[in-house]
Design a protein around this ligand. Sequence first.
Ligand code: HPA
Length: 271
Amino acid sequence: MFDKISETAEFLASRYDGTPEIGMITGTGLGSLTGKMTVNCRFPYSEIPNFPVSTAAGHRGTLVFGELSGRRIIAMEGRFHGYEGYSPQEITFPVRVMAMLGIKYLFISSATGGLNPQFEKGDLMIVTDHINLTGANPLVGPNLDDLGPRFPDMVHGYDRNLISLARNKALASGIAIRQGVYVGVLGPSLETPAETRFLRTIGGDAVGMSTVHEVIAGIHSGLKILVIVVITNMNLPDCMEGTTEQEVIAVAQKASPMLAGLWEKIIAQLP
Ligand code: HPA
């Protein structure tokens, strides 16, 4: 695995000058986050050695190198999900590569179902913590000591300073930002009412089918992490409405410009 990560990082480094500082992963319907970047180069995943290929709807499947607010960024347009059949190691392979290329920050967005009854469709939520219910972990197997520790500490995984920065920038922009706990599930079936009640009872504010493995690999790699998700549908056990992939994509796309503006302001203020 280490050799594959090195091979891919060398391939990309030989085609792009300069050390990127920030890695960004944008999810379902949120591809427009890269619209604000000055793009230096774009690689389809299919042309990058060892990269998995993205199949989910609303995901483009390109790796973009560029700049935003004067900072160097690598952005993944489209990510890999467990429900597509990828292993946790495949899902997190790009995070490992970006870490090897030198990023210090990992910024993630995704679509989620709201579990907190105070939330509304279209809201943005800063993730303060997570519960991994996918039944898997990308760090299972021999530890790659060159990448990180065997038992990474998860207490300070979601960077407190970045959370404050995000909250302040959202409030200054008039965005009613939410904060809460992300529950990661495998999917692809959406939650039953009983599962929704359970996820709320154990402390979840939003539920989604991505993010947690990328965060775990990012923490293992020593990256500073900030996650802001879109609530694309409400998941309330006593008045379940049901949702569709089309609704999730449509609500995410509608929130995408606001989210992109917020990311831009956060990046402009990074220390
Ligand atoms: N559940 C799980 N994942 C999701 C949802 C949901 O309701 N909405 C968007 N991603």
